[in-house]
Design a protein around this ligand. Structure first.
Ligand SMILES: [Zn+2]
Ligand SMILES: [Zn+2]
Length: 398
């Protein structure tokens, strides 16, 4: 089929499914479920996938669901994975929507309700367009993105096999990008999110006789300052890194030097070399400063989600597909990465993958994710479906 004719066919199929996608998004929004408790959401997704006749697997790494659509008899046909996250947040919704959260203290405040609805819509449209492509699709509904992450666990459970997956794609509705605009970027898009818990073990005593103590507070203060020099003096100014000590607890009152201080920090970076360099040097700084003052310490350094790194060839397919369905003016190349994290990153560690943003911000506004007044206009969902469908078809045609 001619290219523009195919794009027009996609657009008409997307419009036909839009009402259903909005309805699904609102049902999920009204019934939000916290990370790894996405039972009803997973059941809804599984039900829709079964109705399409796909092979559905449930309860993968908790509540994860996969649906496989084999649309080629050729054993060498390519397989594309499309992923959505399903979890909500422990936030009390303050919006006055008629589909507002029915659950006290739980809310879809990040847009994952939209991601799940877009993926269901994408599957429905791709099934309708089965004659227009040859290849296999794996639709992945994953749990727990907001906490410890479900992607790595699902990959470990084997979702990249049978059939073997060649590439992965995912999106995030994005509050700082203009409504209905796709933003793409080759290479690093989102940061690796590491963290550490440090306990400085000193030796407390009378505040008036500091010479008889090992005071953990100035030791902690010195560590906090020294960590900042890692970013300002050890990392290339054109590279990115963040170290934020967000918790520093010690002591109880004016006249007692405490025994211990607790520090908690997040460490973010976009490149694996920098990630390693930060970890090594943070450990060194802590060990050496504690040593100078005779303090002991316990350090728990935790490597979290890796960075989201977009494959160049796939990003190009995505960007061109987005232009076809949305028009040039609604597709923008991003210059900068985000220092936020996203466990879609585990896909790009195994196979070529691309993650992109679909803007939800009305003109002149920014929508803050994870806040009680987070909301977006349902009309962007059809754009997400259209971009996913066109990208999938172009991926198979490539
Ligand atoms: Zn979030
Ligand atoms: Zn999110």
């Amino acid at each position: 089929m001619a290219k523009t004719k195919l794009t027009n066919l996609i657009k008409s199929k997307v419009l036909a499914v839009e009402e259903k996608v909005i309805k699904i998004r609102r049902i999920i929004h009204q019934n939000p479920e916290l990370s790894f408790a996405e039972k009803e959401t997973a059941a809804l997704a599984a039900e829709e996938m079964k109705n399409l006749g796909f092979e559905v697997k449930e309860n993968i790494y908790g509540t994860g669901v996969t649906a496989t659509f084999i649309n080629s008899s050729d054993p060498t046909a390519k397989t594309l994975l499309i992923r959505a996250d399903m979890d909500a947040l422990p936030v009390q919704e303050k919006n006055s929507l008629n589909f507002k959260s029915k659950k006290e203290g739980v809310m879809h405040a990040c847009g994952h309700d939209g991601h799940t609805a877009i993926l269901i819509g994408t599957a429905i449209v791709l099934k309708k367009l089965a004659q227009e492509f040859e290849g296999n699709l794996k639709f992945v509904f994953q749990p727990g993105e907001e906490t410890s992450g479900g992607a790595a666990g699902m990959i470990k459970a084997g979702i990249l096999k049978n059939p073997s997956v060649d590439a992965a794609i995912g999106l995030h509705l994005w509050g700082s990008s203009p409504k209905g605009v796709v933003e793409y970027k080759t290479g690093p898009l989102m940061a690796a999110t590491d963290s550490f818990d440090l306990e400085i073990i000193g030796n407390g005593g009378h505040a008036a006789r500091p010479q008889n103590t090992i005071d953990p507070i100035p030791i902690g203060a010195e560590i906090v300052s020294a960590l900042q020099t890692l970013v300002s003096r050890r990392i290339d100014p054109l590279d990115s890194a963040v170290i934020s000590v967000c918790n520093f607890e010690a002591g109880t009152t004016h006249n007692i030097i405490p025994d211990r201080a607790i520090l908690k920090a997040t460490v973010r970076s976009l490149k694996s070399e920098i990630r390693e360099k930060l970890a090594t040097n943070i450990k060194k700084i802590i060990a050496n400063i504690c040593d100078i003052y005779g303090a002991d310490y316990k350090l728990d350094y935790n490597f979290g989600y890796p960075a989201v790194i977009n494959d160049a060839a796939l990003t190009k397919i995505l960007a061109q597909a987005a232009v076809k369905v949305l028009g040039k003016e609604r597709v923008q190349k991003r210059q900068q990465a985000e220092m936020g994290g996203e466990d879609f990153a585990y896909f790009n560690q195994s196979i070529p993958a691309v993650f992109y943003f679909l803007g939800i911000a009305p003109p002149g506004q920014i929508i803050n994710h994870h806040q009680s007044d987070f909301q977006f206009d349902d009309s962007v969902l059809k754009d997400g479906v259209a971009v996913m469908v066109q990208t999938a078809l172009d991926f198979f045609a490539n």
